[in-house]
Ligand binder design. Structure first.
Ligand code: PHE
Ligand code: NA
Length: 498
């Protein structure tokens, strides 16, 4: 029965299409929006270094493993993992890689679409000239006003879901291949223009030092988990997206170099985005740690003051939307492909899956306004204002709490000040997927390919010509990646004890 499923979704048209599609999947909001703001929140340089180490020692080896699995079986990740566990005789729970991946896909798509909706909304705002001559305060206020309006956010979230669903429903290659061929190069060119602009700002060197000076005193256990999680998120790993794209790859193509290209391009885009955004942040007295709004507050200031800013700004946010769009397609593909293999039509499967993800997304929309007070994992820390010592109050941990009520309960006095910190619905989904589900998926993939696939079986599929590279890769996949991921997990479980 599985023979009919193999290859039923199609094969990429050209030699380069896999690189294009995988880069389209990898380069997205993760690079332009998320990387700069989490780098800002985690203190800069040391975080970037740990992130690069994670890309090299876990991300790239796991990417190769994931693509290999997909191409070998040519089915959705759920059926690919089912077939692979049977063929290798590995324990049945490795099938869970496929199922957990599909679940991660729903969660990620749900909030990814909300943020992409912000980008769509900003296209119109910039085009209308609303940001011309704007300063940091004005830009912050405009961002805040957008977040305060759940109806507006829902409309753009819906538009993005419909756009993404429309492409998926038509099947993978045709529309996407042609579009990406044109758009990805434009994205790179526009980033270069912005990069050139950022070089002229007074804060460029300060931003550069912030990104590349390693101050390890700022690095917490939590930062390391975030760096690991983001290395999976940014390369679209650990949930089956890249496995699904691998299933559409022609079997003659060799995998090693292809994957290196994707990893390199993704990393380059993230670092350049970081340099641009921090140059603007430091030139305008913004806080690097201002969170999810960082890109949306800083870039409009640059576009508002540079010649031709309305034009470049409009085009740039269109491209952010497109980068998000080409990634979102790959987030949904594993679940849709599975439903199609189950016998559903492509259209019905797409509508059903997008409806569910859209609905979950409403929780993220509300996280920024009406539900902002309802938070999970709430820690309350107490600062002794006389000695200046801050400590977490262990007895005051709440799994779920209304932060506004807590704030009334813990009233700051002249001698003590309370700091209340928790995760909104959006923060919780982001945390759960990036910091737990994707690394766990990656860990299982590394163990599965490293330990349960024989070297002959891998070589036959991989067609790698360079024996030394193969040996290094397999060693890293068997020993380094799983141990690194597991250690980071074990270390971070201490966080939950607060
Ligand atoms: N890699 C994408 C980005 O950086 C996000 C993504 C995550 C895509 C998981 C597919 C799967 O924006
Ligand atoms: Na990315």
């Amino acid at each position: 029965m599985s023979e009919q499923k193999r290859g039923m979704h199609g094969i990429w048209g050209g030699r380069w299409t896999f690189i294009l599609a995988a880069t389209g999947s990898a380069v997205g909001l993760g690079n332009l929006w998320k990387f700069p703001y989490i780098t800002g929140e985690n203190g800069g340089g040391a975080f970037v270094l740990v992130y690069l180490a994670c890309i090299l020692l876990a991300g790239i080896p796991v990417m190769l493993a994931e693509v290999l699995l997909g191409r070998k079986e040519r089915m959705s990740p759920i059926n690919t993992m089912a077939a692979m566990t049977d063929e290798t005789g590995a324990p049945k729970f490795f099938r869970g890689i496929g199922w957990m991946g599909a679940l991660s896909g729903f969660f990620i798509l749900s909030f990814y679409s909300v943020i992409a909706g912000w980008a769509l909304l900003y296209v119109g705002k910039i085009a209308s000239g609303a940001f011309t001559g704007i300063d940091a305060d004005g830009s912050g206020a405009a961002f805040g006003a957008m977040l305060a309006d759940p109806v507006g956010l829902t409309i753009w979230h819906t538009v993005f879901m419909v756009l993404t669903g429309a492409v998926i429903a038509r099947g993978v290659n045709k529309g996407l291949e042609a579009t990406l061929n044109v758009l990805m190069p434009i994205l790179f060119v526009l980033m270069l223009i912005l990069f050139g602009y950022s070089l002229t700002t007074p804060g460029f060197m300060q931003g550069f030092h912030f990104l590349f000076d390693f101050d390890f005193s700022k690095l917490s256990t939590e930062s390391i988990v975030v760096a690991l999680g983001h290395s999976f998120f940014t390369l679209s790993l650990g949930m089956g997206a890249i496995m699904a794209y691998g299933a559409y790859m022609p079997s003659k193509q060799s995998l090693g170099k292809t994957i290196l290209w994707v990893g390199l391009l993704d990393t380059l885009v993230a670092l350049v985005a970081g340099m641009i955004i921090f140059a603007i942040v430091f030139s305008n007295g913004l806080e690097p740690s201002s969170g999810p709004g960082l890109m949306f507050i800083s870039l409009p200031i640059a576009f508002g003051s540079m010649p031709g800013g309305v034009f470049f700004g409009t085009v740039f946010f269109i491209l952010v939307s497109i980068a998000a769009w080409s990634s979102a397609i790959s987030i949904a593909e594993p679940a849709v492909a599975w439903a199609v293999e189950k016998g559903g039509s492509r259209i019905v499967s797409t509508v059903a899956i997008f409806a569910v993800a859209w609905f979950i997304g409403l929780g993220s929309v509300l996280s920024f306004n009406d539900w902002a007070g309802y938070q999970a994992f709430v820690f309350i820390s107490e600062m002794d204002l006389v000695s200046g010592v801050e400590e977490k109050v262990h007895t005051a941990f709440h799994l779920f709490a209304n932060v506004n009520l807590l704030q009334a309960e813990y009233v700051n006095t002249a001698a003590v000040s309370y700091h209340i910190e928790g995760k909104t619905f959006f923060d919780s989904l982001d945390f759960l997927t990036s910091n737990i589900m994707l690394p766990l998926g990656g860990l299982l993939i590394a163990i599965f390919v490293g330990w349960f696939m024989s070297s002959d079986m891998i070589k036959q599929e991989m067609k790698m010509k360079n024996e030394a590279m193969f040996t290094i890769w397999r060693f890293v996949l068997r020993y380094i990646s799983p141990v690194a991921i597991a250690l980071i997990f074990i270390n971070s479980s201490g966080l939950l004890k607060y």
